[in-house]
Design a protein around this ligand. Structure first.
Ligand code: LLP
Length: 415
């Protein structure tokens, strides 16, 4: 495991996190290179039975150093903006292994993606088909496309991260998939190469994946009868991780649950995992700022806040919080809160912890949807990011300075 205790003190690989916090300051995101590699390779090996490409979901953690570590292992990338495309290219990612998801790709982003030659556009509407056709025609290129279909499967996850139900905004509703493919087939600058679905995130059972696959396969068969044949199937991301006491499928269990069906199908498989690669490859370190026990509740005000890590506030996400070093204080029940003027600004509630005014805390599972969702609310500079490898800790993103937060702002001309 990449985050372990050595003589009671939490380490990332061989790096003492108390020292890392002192060296780089807090709040601080700390990632383990070995954890990223392991999570990627576990999945890669689990799908060895079939021709496949893992396209890491850049949105979950898009630091260039992270992308480079994965690119070196042969990862492809799932992107949703031109910004993410630029990041992948800057990190040395192979454009021919990129899939472009998202339901509102701009013309400029489509153009760039066509110019660098990505593997596939995952398309979500008629209007988007028309837009890609137009850009491809102007550039005299052929755009490889797949349709993101909405299989209407309940992912049994938080409503904000469930995407495969017909009331969600994502994908082509199953009752119009065939006609949309037929329409795409008439557009001369599009080449239909695949079919895609992504039903949600943080799934902790295999059944919804299996159900979605079955429904997509039924669509593939209907398409074949219409003379539309495909080269690949993209199963999206969504595999869950342990934050608390979840028991999500392992990479192998996930792959094995799909294996018989995929082997029979025989198409190349694309996957778009984010969280299962990045979440437990990172922690957020934060320092206790003030202890505020009251007669009703005990609050500990820490130097990280909802602007650094919004998951607890936004999704009521439970993320484990532990002290980096043991201490002799009494264990009490604490609410771990930031200093932002919002009641929703907390990292964890009712946690049994022994705290002193000097404690450093680690929030676990913070490698995914952590830094990438951070903001400058309350004019707080965003945290620094560090990646450790063995006994070395490298700064991979500098802490934002306060002055930099208004460097793009302008006064009105003086009257
Ligand atoms: N592919 C598509 C089209 C997606 O929309 C997503 C995530 C993924 C792949 C990667 O899913 P993953 O393997 O990471 O579950 N901010 C939320 C999660 C939002 C997920 C959005 N889409 C959170 O912190 O829980």
């Amino acid at each position: 495991m990449s985050f372990t205790r050595i003589q009671g003190i939490l380490h990332a690989e061989q790096c003492n996190l108390e020292q890392v916090a002192k060296q780089f300051g807090t709040p601080l995101y700390v990632y383990s290179k070995a954890a990223f590699e392991k999570h990627y390779l576990d999945l890669h090996q689990a799908f060895e039975f079939i021709d496949h490409q893992i396209c890491y979901a850049v949105k979950s953690n898009s630091n260039l150093a992270v992308l480079k570590v994965l690119a070196k292992l042969g990862a492809g990338f799932d992107i949703v903006t031109g910004g993410e495309l630029a990041r992948v290219l800057a990190a040395g990612g192979d454009p021919s292994k990129i899939v472009f998801s998202g339901l509102g790709k701009s013309e400029a982003d489509i153009q760039k993606a066509l110019e660098v030659g990505i593997a596939c556009f995952n398309v979500e509407s008629y209007a988007e088909l028309d837009r890609i056709e137009q850009v491809a025609s102007r550039l005299n290129k052929i755009a490889p496309i797949s349709l993101r279909v909405n299989p209407d499967v309940d992912a049994n996850t938080h409503p904000y991260i469930s995407t495969g139900l017909k009331e969600n905004k994502f994908g082509i509703p199953s009752d119009t998939v065939l006609e949309t493919y037929q329409y795409a087939n008439t557009l001369p600058h599009l080449k239909i190469t695949g079919i895609d679905c992504h039903i949600g995130s943080q799934l902790t059972e295999t059944q919804p994946f299996v159900d979605a696959l079955d429904r997509v396969i039924a669509m593939i068969e209907q398409l074949k009868a219409l003379g539309i044949t495909l080269e690949h199937i993209d199963l999206g991301g969504g595999l869950g991780v342990v934050y608390q006491d979840e028991v999500p499928p392992t990479a192998k269990e996930y792959a094995d649950s799909l294996k018989p069906t995929l082997e029979k199908l025989g198409l190349k498989v694309y996957l778009e995992p984010g969280r299962c690669i990045s979440a437990n490859a990172g922690v957020l370190l934060t320092h206790v700022d003030l202890l505020k026990p009251t007669n009703h509740r005990n609050f500990v005000i820490v130097d990280a806040a909802m602007n650094d890590l919004i998951r607890p506030s936004l999704y009521q996400a439970w993320m484990d919080i532990q002290t980096v070093s043991p201490n002799d204080a009494d264990v009490k029940t604490w609410d771990i809160v930031g200093a932002i003027c919002e009641t929703g600004d907390f990292l964890g509630k009712e946690r049994e912890l022994a705290l002193t005014p000097n404690s450093t805390l680690a929030v676990f599972g913070a490698g995914a949807y952590g830094f990438v969702m951070s903001s400058n609310y309350n004019t707080r500079g965003r945290a620094a990011e560090v990646m450790v490898s063995d006994d070395q800790a490298y700064l991979i993103r500098e802490r934002e300075t306060i002055e930099s937060l208004w460097e793009k702002e302008h006064f009105l001309p003086e009257e």
